[in-house]
Design a protein around this ligand. Structure first.
Ligand code: ADP
Length: 402
């Protein structure tokens, strides 16, 4: 089944075209990105497998025009990878927020669109863009079934004492205020792949997954089900991230707003886009810049690195407690997959738990690797995340039932 996977942002469309011959036998036919939609200099970068990359700069007024460009690139005689639009049998969309409406992936219909619309309130940067993406696909491929895969769905198994905030109950009842988590597709994928790789039965296992990228979250998974995760109502809660602050005492927020005379929107912007690595270091939100500055002696970049390790260790410690032990710890995403220093630093501070790292294995970045020593009491694995594959698999399973 040829499946187009779409991850739509407010001004971008990321895509992958996968040929899913079976759940385990598949090929990536092409991937790419449309960016700067609505700006005068829109851009398409199309990367067909086995052919030269193709780039186009032109005004892209809306998502439907962006989708049409993607389709034209996919069928182009020179850069294309399929003969016609008809070869695409299904489209899978990544959706950031499904709140407690969705426990799993599903086919798009009017009711599903209505609920994704309600969830726009909890993910104002993401969900409206996902809706634009779904409508753009409907415009360009009206007969093709579309499936939505939610970042929050995997976390719907959290018990109420983990997902509830101790705020007045009416805020939960009236406004859906509770913890939902994020990166669920990634946590689900790497926990399953990690368990397989470590020879564990996922249905009888205690796994902690650390998705450490621009956005970061840690999840506790018991017998294959999420029982707690560090992100909350929105992807702001939890640990330090590239530009997000993670946990702060809530009283700090009105205090700063009063001192600096800020509106709620301005404060939200500061917490989401000007904090984290960027806010603490004053240099950048990118891990590579932090490593470079720290090695040159920049104390604030060094502080960022220390806090990043500390936050991860603290979350792992808490989740070992709630899981009643741990069999496997998994590192994934941009930083988790590529920064051997961080993995060593975190694992070194977990020696009390019986974690022993194999330095040689840990030096291999970006590939599926068991980085713990054979004598380690807890297995530690690096598992590259494949969110698009997970979306394609869910899409395939749902469309096959039609
Ligand atoms: P997003 O949350 O946007 O998907 P990613 O998972 O791609 O983010 O992670 C981006 C982060 O990964 C950035 O901080 C980047 O510096 C970091 N990163 C990527 N490659 C490397 C590398 N080779 N070494 C250290 N950090 C890296």
């Amino acid at each position: 089944m040829i499946i187009l996977v779409i991850n739509c942002g407010s001004s971008s469309i990321k895509y992958q075209l996968l040929d899913m011959r079976s759940d385990t036998d598949y090929t990536l036919k092409a991937k790419g990105l449309v960016e700067k939609i609505t700006l005068p200099e829109g851009r398409l970068v199309h990367k067909p497998s086995g052919k030269d990359n193709f780039e186009q700069i032109l005004p892209i007024p809306d998502h439907t025009v962006g989708m049409k460009l993607v389709m034209d690139a996919l069928v182009d005689p020179e850069h294309g990878v399929i003969g016609s639009y008809d070869e695409i049998q299904a489209v899978g969309h990544r959706i950031v927020q499904g709140a407690d409406f969705f426990e799993g992936s599903c086919l798009v219909d009017d009711e599903v669109l209505r609920k994704i619309g309600i969830c726009c309130d909890f993910a104002p940067l993401h969900n409206p863009a996902h809706l634009l993406g779904i409508h753009a696909v409907t415009d360009v491929l009206p007969k093709v079934p579309q499936v939505v895969v939610f970042d929050t769905a995997f976390h719907q198994t959290m018990p109420d004492y983990a997902y509830m905030y101790a705020l007045p109950y009416d805020y939960y009842k009236n406004y859906h205020v509770r913890r939902y988590g994020a990166h669920g597709t990634s946590h689900k994928y790497v926990s399953r792949e990690g368990a397989k790789f470590a020879g564990l039965d996922i249905n009888n296992s205690r796994i902690i997954t650390c998705h450490i990228g621009n956005g970061s979250s840690v999840t506790a998974i018991k017998d294959g089900k999420c029982i707690d995760t560090s992100m909350g109502f929105t992807p702001l809660e939890g640990m330090i991230m590239g530009t997000r602050c993670g946990n702060v005492d809530c009283n700090v927020i009105p205090y700063i707003m009063k001192k600096e005379n800020l509106t709620p929107d301005q404060m939200t912007d500061i917490m989401n886009k000007k904090s984290g690595f960027l806010g603490l270091s004053g240099i950048s939100s990118d891990m590579r810049d932090m490593l470079a500055a720290a090695s040159e002696g920049n104390e604030r970049a060094q502080l960022v690195l220390k806090k990043l390790t500390y936050d991860i260790v603290k979350l792992i410690g808490a989740y070992v407690a709630v899981l009643g032990g741990v069999d496997l710890i998994v590192f994934t995403a941009g930083i988790g997959e590529n920064n051997s220093f961080l993995r060593k630093d975190v694992c070194g501070k977990l020696a009390w738990l019986g974690v022993e790292i194999d330095d040689e294995a840990n030096s291999h970045n970006g590939q599926l690797t068991m980085i713990s020593a054979p004598s380690s009491k807890v297995k530690v694995a690096l598992v590259p995340t494949e969110e698009e594959l997970m979306i394609a698999l869910d899409t395939k399973h749902i469309v096959e039932q039609l």
